[in-house]
Design a protein around this ligand. Sequence first.
Ligand code: SAH
Ligand code: SF4
Length: 340
Amino acid sequence: MKKLTEKAAKENKLSKNEIIELLINENPFLFKLADKIRKQTKGDAVHLRALIEFTNICKQNCYYCGLRCDNKNVQRYRLSIDEIIECSVKAKQAGYQTIVLQGGEDAFFDTDKICKIIKEIKKLDVALTLSIGEKSYEEYKAFKDAGADRYLLRIETTDKELYQKLHPKMNFENRIKCLYNIKLSGFETGTGCLVGLPGQTIESLAADIMFFKELDADMIGIGPFIPHPDTPLGNENKNNFDMALKVMAITRLLLPDINIPATTAMETIKPNGRIIALQSGANVIMPNLTEIKYKSKYELYPEKNNSNINGEEETIKVIKEIESIKRTVAVSKGYRHDIK
Ligand code: SAH
Ligand code: SF4
């Protein structure tokens, strides 16, 4: 395993079978090497992105997600444009260089409204990431032209059959098309997958990693699947941390210079999950700056949010974590191709 891991780090390439080997076998060296590569390519500074969850209203019905439209146990909310800007100003004042606007697919926020919000936020001299789902090429282009810098849209799984099962109102080919349209619009493009979905195979996880490489994604977020009781997948397996960490570490070997977050889902299912991820290839954290009164309602999965911790406390906590492992907080905007 050690040899294969070293080869991956040297050539930034693996066959599907080789990825499967790495996913199946016990191999602590994988995490060490992913950490070493991260240090070489990205340095020790961790980029903080301020996450604002601005609407939990969603027309989609993804089987795994607590915000799916069939879940009637959610108290729905959307922030006003003023509230979004206010929260962004706070993030900027707290030192954040990137704002991430994330939400359900909420038709209220049409192209004009999103462009207006983008223009306001860009006045703050921050990088801006959008994570608001599937749109047309024209819409992505309009967001880019309005000044947004990055776009996150996870493929979730490259297993087409599984994708169709879990996304009743969506279409796998369209998901792929959206990702290429995001790239074509000029965004730094983020994607990623869920790990541990019922019916998901090791082979398909290997194919997910191959897809990240093929797309040449700029950011990859790997989320261990966490069952939400109010969804059809509520009783499924939740021990997905270790496999998610492996997928993340292999991704670092194949795409050495991209931005990889230690995801909130990793922190949620494992104590110190974020620190472990930061030491296994990750170089980004996305602290949640959504106001407390909304935060607990953005329940993609259970116990996602420290709902009683406000943005300032969350920021302090994250910085302490970073410093506890002798890393620093980055001061640049943290594009993929920034000089470290
Ligand atoms: N609506 C947008 C953004 C919000 S969802 C979108 O779907 O792109 C953001 C991410 O949350 C999704 O990409 C999905 O991978 C993750 N997510 C949803 N439900 C989850 C669960 N039960 N466990 C772990 N991650 C989940
Ligand atoms: Fe909506 Fe995103 Fe949840 Fe799917 S994953 S239901 S698109 S918020």
